[in-house]
Structures are given as structure tokens and as C-alpha cells.
Design a protein around this ligand. Structure first.
Ligand code: GCO
Ligand code: MG
Length: 401
């Protein structure tokens, strides 16, 4: 079944999405090629350097195409390359599943579970508002909720949503500047979780994202400080490039650790996995070479009792969420899926068929990923350059955002 055509599609229903559509005479498949704030780099990589190599290739040779694009480029890894490769890979799985008339999870080994547990994003300008927000997620049926809030001296810190359900950190124009202060954070975070446990009881699973802002030693202190509140995980406790940094954190605390949303290769995570320095790998299917590569990461992780929990923010499209849910449905050592609701305008373009019920997601049994692309709705929204914020300390020094 030969690939006859491919299109890179840009749309911006409140935020930018890049989608790859690959076609054969009888089927089509979609892949998410969105890299927040660097969208056009991936679009150009695909259009200029990948699509010309794909037309005429057998769409069913997914693994061979993966290796040709990975090894054949000579220049390996990196977010732009691996996002482009991820879009091709997911589009080919979608296409092949459609051509065979089965859902993607069947090709990944079949169902390992009936439904995929998700966690929601609660946040508020103050600890009180954030804990109330968790309570609303619990009322909606969620069994796991991420808790972030603004603190005194840190009004615009990472993770505080502008509305209750939609979270969008990127903004048009030059990057917004946010202020960071580690002492303010480390002195106010423990009372937040104390309040949450007092109000919400011991059972609800609570998660927290540090967003790469601490050193390994500060992160170790935080992990210890939060032990009494039984976190489900502490995410991105220290900048993720330094795998060895996690040795310090791991040796000091039993708080479970998750990391990986800025990774794109198994080589970014192999020390963390093989030394059992983390509990969850949070790589995104879209940014990590697609399902083909993520299955390899999952198999390595399984050998070391590490679980998979794919990055699933709203700055990736429903195509990526659907791919993550098929992965979560089929992969034995899957842990939990991040879920932030997409806007109604986004869902109108992609019309996803997955469904949320009682804090769990169900993928449909439609052939492929169960997501489509409505060109007409998409064309209403023109690509608008937008950037993530930059963080600076009080004295003006740049800090990890
Ligand atoms: C998460 C992430 C996101 C990122 C975003 C950057 O845990 O979902 O930290 O909120 O900040 O994906 O584009
Ligand atoms: Mg995160």
C-alpha cells in the first residue's frame, strides 16, 4: 500500500496545532506534529525533508520507515527531529489500523485493560482556591488530581490556569516574564498539601509538578517534606537533562518521582530506568518518535518496574491524546494518563471519539485512532506565533520556566 501524498496542516483554535496527514489510495492517517512555540520548525522539517522521501514508500513498513528516517538523517534525536518522526510514525499506525479495520490498540498487542485512568489539573490563585478546585474534580469522578497554586510573592507561577478547565501557558507576542523564588515556594508548598489532606482526606491521589525549578538537593528536601501527604508523584523535580541528579533525590526520599516531558529518546531516560531512579516516564508520544519508539521505552521500563504515563497537555492535539490512550489501553506497565480538556473549538476540528467517564478514558473501537480532521473548521483559524513564558529570579537572572 503506497503512500501517495502527505500534508502538513496548521490551525490555531485558541492555540497552535500542527498535524500531519498521510494518504494512500485507500486510507489516511493522522499524526500530531505540534511542538509548542517551535511549530514551524517541525512543519518545515516534515515538508522539506521528510515528505519527499515518503511518497512511494510502502505505508505498512512502519518500523523500516522509522529506522530509515532516524538513522538515515544521520543527525539523530532532538525535539524537532523526534516530533517530525513521531508525527510520521503515529500517522502510519493510524493509517495501517484503518486499512486493516481495527483500532490501533489491537496492533499494539491488544487490550491490557478496559479503561485508562487519567488525572485532572486543579489549580487556583491561592491554596484555598486550589484545594476547592480539587474537590470539584473529585465530584466529577476523578480519582487522581494534580494540585498547583499561586503563592504569596509568586502570583503568576507555573500551572495556575486562567479558567477552571482549560490551561494555556503560551501567549502571542514576545514571551511573558514570570518571577520565580525558590524560598517562597519551599516555605509555602507544605502547608498547601497539609490543607489538601485535611480537606480531602487520605484517599484521593494527589500529584504535583515542580516544572524543573529545583536543584537535586532542593528537590530531595521537597520530597521528604511532602512524604506525610502521600503524593502519587512529584513531577520534574529538577531539570531533566541531568539523569544523575535523580540519584541524590532518590536516595533521600520515598516520594514517587515522574519525569520526561522534555525528553525525546530512550537515551534520555535509560539511566533513570535502569537504576530505578524514577517511578514514571512522562515522555510524550508526539515528541518521542511516536508509538514505535514509546513501545521500546515501555518495554525497557517494564524490566525495571517503572511505569509509563504519557505527557498529555492541551498544547498537544487530540491526535496525540488518542495515540496515548491507545498506548495506555495496550501497554502492560502503563500507570496513568494526563488529561486536560481541549477547547470545544479544538474538538470540533478533530472530533475525537474517546470518552471520559468516572475519571477514566475509554477509546472507541473505531478503526485507527478514532480522530479525524475537518479542514473547513481548521481553516477558520490562522497560525499565530505564540511563546511559552520565561522565568526570572528577583535580580533578573533567567531561571528554568
Ligand atoms: C504538564 C506540562 C505542561 C508544559 C507544557 C509546555 O505537566 O502538562 O508541564 O503544562 O508546561 O506542555 O508546552
Ligand atoms: Mg509537567
Amino acid at each position: 500500500m503506497k503512500i501517495t501524498d502527505g500534508n502538513v496542516l496548521l490551525t490555531s483554535p485558541g492555540r497552535n496545532f500542527v498535524t500531519l496527514r498521510l494518504q494512500t489510495d485507500d486510507a489516511w492517517g493522522l499524526g500530531d506534529a505540534t511542538l509548542n512555540g517551535r511549530e514551524l520548525a517541525v512543519a518545515s522539517y516534515l515538508e522539506n525533508h521528510v515528505l519527499p522521501l515518503l511518497v512511494g514508500r510502502d505505508a505498512f513498513q512502519i518500523d523500516d520507515i522509522w529506522h530509515e528516517l532516524y538513522k538515515g538523517a544521520y543527525w539523530r534525536r532532538g525535539p524537532v527531529t523526534m516530533t517530525a518522526l513521531g508525527a510520521v510514525d503515529v500517522a502510519l499506525w493510524d493509517l495501517k489500523a484503518k486499512a486493516l479495520g481495527v483500532p490501533v490498540y489491537e496492533l499494539l498487542g491488544g487490550r491490557a485493560r478496559e479503561r485508562v485512568r487519567v488525572y485532572g489539573h486543579a489549580s487556583g490563585a491561592t491554596p484555598e482556591a486550589a484545594v476547592e478546585s480539587v474537590a470539584r474534580f473529585v465530584e466529577m469522578g476523578y480519582t487522581a488530581v494534580r494540585l498547583q497554586c499561586g503563592f504569596e510573592g509568586l502570583p503568576d507561577t507555573y500551572g495556575v490556569g486562567r479558567g477552571d478547565l482549560y490551561y494555556e501557558p503560551a501567549s502571542p507576542g514576545r514571551p511573558r516574564v514570570e518571577t520565580w523564588d525558590t524560598t517562597e515556594y519551599l516555605t509555602q508548598i507544605e502547608p498547601l498539601f497539609a490543607l489538601a489532606r485535611r480537606e480531602l482526606g487520605p484517599k484521593i491521589e494527589l500529584l504535583h509538578d515542580v516544572h524543573h525549578r529545583l536543584t537535586p538537593n532542593e528537590a530531595a528536601r521537597l520530597g521528604r517534606l511532602l512524604e506525610p501527604y502521600r503524593l502519587f508523584w512529584l513531577e520534574d523535580a529538577t531539570p531533566a537533562e541531568l539523569q544523575e541528579g535523580f540519584r541524590r533525590i532518590r536516595s533521600q526520599t520515598t516520594t514517587p518521582l515522574a519525569v520526561g516531558e522534555v525528553f525525546n529518546s530512550v537515551y534520555d531516560v535509560h539511566t533513570l530506568i535502569t537504576e530505578q531512579l524514577i517511578d514514571y516516564v512522562r515522555m510524550a508520544v508526539a515528541h518521542s518518535g511516536g508509538l514505535t519508539h514509546m513501545v521500546r521505552v515501555a518495554h525497557l521500563a517494564e524490566l525495571f518496574q517503572v511505569r509509563m504515563a504519557c505527557h498529555g497537555p492541551t498544547d498537544l492535539s487530540p491526535v496525540n491524546l488518542a495515540a496515548s490512550l491507545h498506548f495506555g489501553t495496550a501497554i502492560h506497565n502503563f500507570g496513568i494518563q494526563e488529561y486536560m480538556r481541549h477547547s470545544p473549538e479544538t474538538d470540533e476540528i478533530f472530533t475525537p471519539t474517546y470518552e471520559l467517564q468516572d475519571g477514566h478514558m475509554y477509546v472507541s473501537d473505531d478503526a485507527g485512532l478514532g480522530v479525524s480532521y475537518d479542514d473547513q473548521s481548521a481553516e477558520q483559524y490562522e497560525y499565530t506565533p505564540a511563546y511559552l513564558p520565561v522565568a526570572r529570579l528577583g535580580d533578573g537572572t533567567v531561571h528554568s520556566w
